[in-house]
Design a protein around this ligand. Sequence first.
Ligand SMILES: [Fe+2]
Ligand SMILES: [Fe+2]
Length: 264
Amino acid sequence: MANEFVSRSLDEIRFWSRIMKEHSLFLSLGFSSDDIKLIDEAKQFITVFERIEEQLNRFSVSSDPQQVKAFNNQVYQSVASIWAYKRKVLGLTLRCEVLSNNYPLLIDHTSREAAYFANRLKELNEGKLVPLPEAIIQENVFFLKIMADHAKFIGHLLDPSERKLVDQAREFSHDFDQLMYQAIDLDHMKPESETPALLGQFLDQNRVSVVSLRDFKKTARDLIEACRIKSNIHPLLADHVFREAERFIEIIDMFEGHLQNSHG
Ligand SMILES: [Fe+2]
Ligand SMILES: [Fe+2]
């Protein structure tokens, strides 16, 4: 159990610290060049999460759980700070007090990912390692919205002349909006909806769509890297959203494994 706590903590920090570092880069690139203070703040977060990654490298699965717990707390503070920064930038953007090339939905999206990460760290430190059925539905609501947002960002950041890809992105956006509402429907029906059969079917259905979105993102990433399509998408952003889809698939696998274990 102690080992599981350590390995899960390190895994969350490894994945999400890199994500937080990249958000800081994307936010810093979105401002106009005279918004020096906001750009500097974003860059400071790059340093903060790089340091966390360095610290992380000194831990291993055999590390002392107490030290990992303290590290989780430390990382939590940094994630809370970047969350507050993102919400500040969102407010400035929505009030038209700064001009940013980042869509408000993207800024909000990155803040939701920070809130998710912070919450994971809190849960781990509270000893919540195994997902409850209720958490399975809510986690899917969270990730389905994340995937729906990604499809919208891709659709809106592609060059308008990339008509076929824009259409595909729009279809993914619609598909994930539907899946998200379906998940919300299921969430409203809980706890009666928390049967292994319904949860299993729910996860299967989500997986099919996430796998196909993941493949679309992989193709887009490769084409962007090879400069074969026209877009405003930073190559690192293309890779970033691809990794987040992979993460969602891993989480679905973990949930399915858990359902099978607990219900034979
Ligand atoms: Fe992200
Ligand atoms: Fe994302």
